[in-house]
Design a protein around this ligand. Structure first.
Ligand SMILES: Nc1ncnc2c1ncn2[C@@H]1O[C@H](COP(=O)(O)OP(=O)(O)OP(=O)(O)O)[C@@H](O)[C@H]1O
Length: 365
């Protein structure tokens, strides 16, 4: 299995730059999710990898093979890849079997081998019993399975999936994610999935590239992104992360001494002394038995998943509200202490907004 290496890929449409200097090094056999808000450039990057768009600059290698680069452009059909789109793109007049067989026929594979591969793929996606139906006689999930079977029948080294589950309801999406995981493990094919849904990305991906405004912010495992975000944008994007402005006073052996509001803390991180961000998730905040690291006023509570989700107004830091789960009801306006039991500290250098971002922007992010 070949790794995928992109270096300095950039792309503009008219005068608008939609991808800036994209570097990526993905091990062969990985399952990469390109994750980010609408319009950040995920599909454009996927289309560059597929050969459906040509970049303004940069190079792309599959293993040792240069696919794209100065004076070189390998066309999509010679890149040994399959693609699955949101809109299935099945042939309406062909049966399920015919759809899966179509590309194999075009490759002029012998009849017996084609039949065997079609049977194998229909088995793999659980559609063998519907082989003689036409697309209009299938549900959305079944059509998406045909599209998957059709792409995988060619045994590509790389499968590109562009929001393939967007048209499916939540239940079917869940089932198809399990299917993707299973097929990825069974085939050893490298998968690249475009999604704006982080739960989807977290559920299937071995690697996630978080994109924002045409740049890759960070590539890592789902756990890396959650526990060790590289930028405030990643921290806020993953699982409703919270970023609190801090002053970092000293760093030693992977830990940062910092001041949050008026309180001194020492937490894991990757930053130099100066201004920075403490990146937290809700489980890092606990109701304190004493004064805690932060003082806050209770705004409201909602009973959710067996606990009280408590919205508070923290004192002494520039943020509109925080939420934490507590085990008991608290009256509005109660003054509480909050313990910070974990988190990750990063510097201010990589932040597009900087410390001057309004509290509102942070709360919205
Ligand atoms: N062919 C095109 N011509 C002009 N602009 C384009 C073209 N394709 C994409 N864009 C623009 O490039 C930017 C990135 O688009 P892209 O489809 O890659 O984003 P995305 O992250 O996949 O978004 P979404 O999740 O909404 O599909 C957007 O501003 C989009 O309007």
């Amino acid at each position: 299995m070949r790794n995928i290496r992109a270096s300095g890929l950039a792309k503009s449409f008219s005068s608008t730059r939609v991808l800036h200097d994209i570097d990526l090094d993905l091990p062969g056999g990985a399952f990469l999710a390109l994750l980010g808000p609408s319009g950040c450039g995920k599909t454009t990057l996927l289309r560059l990898i597929a050969g459906l768009e040509v970049p303004d600059s940069g190079s792309l290698h599959f293993g040792d093979r240069m696919i794209l680069g100065p004076g070189r452009f390998v066309p999509p059909e010679d890149r040994d890849l399959g693609m699955v789109f949101q809109s299935y793109a099945l042939w309406p007049n062909m049966t399920v079997r015919g759809n899966v067989d179509f590309a194999l026929k075009a490759r002029r594979l012998p009849h017996a081998e084609r039949a065997a591969r079609v049977d194998e793929m229909l088995q793999a996606v659980g559609l063998a019993h519907l082989a003689d139906r036409r697309p209009h006689q299938l549900s959305g999930g079944q059509r998406q399975r045909v599209a998957l079977a059709r792409s995988l029948a060619l045994r590509p080294s790389l499968l590109l999936l562009d929001e393939p589950l967007a048209n499916l309801d939540a239940h079917l999406r869940h089932r198809m994610l399990a299917e993707f995981r299973r097929l990825h493990a069974a085939t050893g094919t490298t998968f690249v999935l475009v999604t704006h849904d982080q739960d989807e990305a977290m559920a299937v991906a071995s690697h996630i590239a978080v994109m924002d405004a045409g740049r890759i912010q960070q590539v890592g495992t789902p756990e890396d992104l959650y526990r060790r975000p590289a930028t405030p944008i990643v921290a806020r994007f993953i699982d409703h992360g919270i970023t609190l402005p801090v002053a970092i006073t000293a760093t030693h052996e992977g830990r940062c001494d910092l001041v949050l509001g008026g309180t001194s803390l020492s937490l894991p991180g990757d930053a130099r002394p100066g201004r920075g961000w403490l990146c937290l998730h809700r489980p890092d905040l606990r109701l304190s038995a004493g004064a805690g690291h932060l003082r806050a006023e209770v705004l409201s509570q909602t009973f959710l998943h067996g606990r009280y989700l408590t919205h508070v107004l923290p004192r002494g830091i520039d943020i509109d509200s925080l939420s934490l789960a507590v085990d008991r009801p608290l009256p509005a306006h109660a003054q509480i202490g909050i313990d910070i039991t974990g988190g990750w500290v990063i510097g201010d250098g990589t932040c597009a907004q900087g410390h001057d971002a309004t509290a509102k922007e942070q709360a919205d992010a």
